[in-house]
Design a binder for this molecule. Structure first.
Ligand code: SF4
Ligand code: SF4
Length: 84
């Protein structure tokens, strides 16, 4: 994990949904057939707010694996969540 991500998780705290890759192995408790929908609390259902970590990090969706740390979307997420 990039050091910038430690104690952050801002990018995982937005409601919405993530389209999943065909053949994914994400457990049903987190995903429907083809997507991760936002939890009622507003964050990704696989996000653990207690430790700010992803519960399925090793098998997280491709879009999460390809998310650019310190990129525009990362900086936007941190700005919205932490104001920085
Ligand atoms: S918002 Fe950026 S720094 Fe924070 S966890 Fe996501 S990728 Fe890492
Ligand atoms: S699957 Fe994991 S890395 Fe991707 S948004 Fe959800 S909690 Fe974050």
């Amino acid at each position: 994990m990039n050091s910038l991500c430690e104690d952050c998780g801002a990018c995982c705290q937005f409601n919405g949904h993530i389209e999943l890759d065909a053949g994914h192995h994400i457990p049903d408790q987190f995903a429907t057939a083809d997507r991760l929908d936002g939890a009622p609390e507003g964050h990704c259902p696989a996000y653990n707010p207690a430790n700010k970590l992803c519960r399925i990090y090793e098998i997280r969706p491709l879009v999460c694996q390809q998310f650019v740390v310190d990129g525009a979307a990362c900086n936007y997420a941190r700005g919205v969540v932490y104001g920085s």
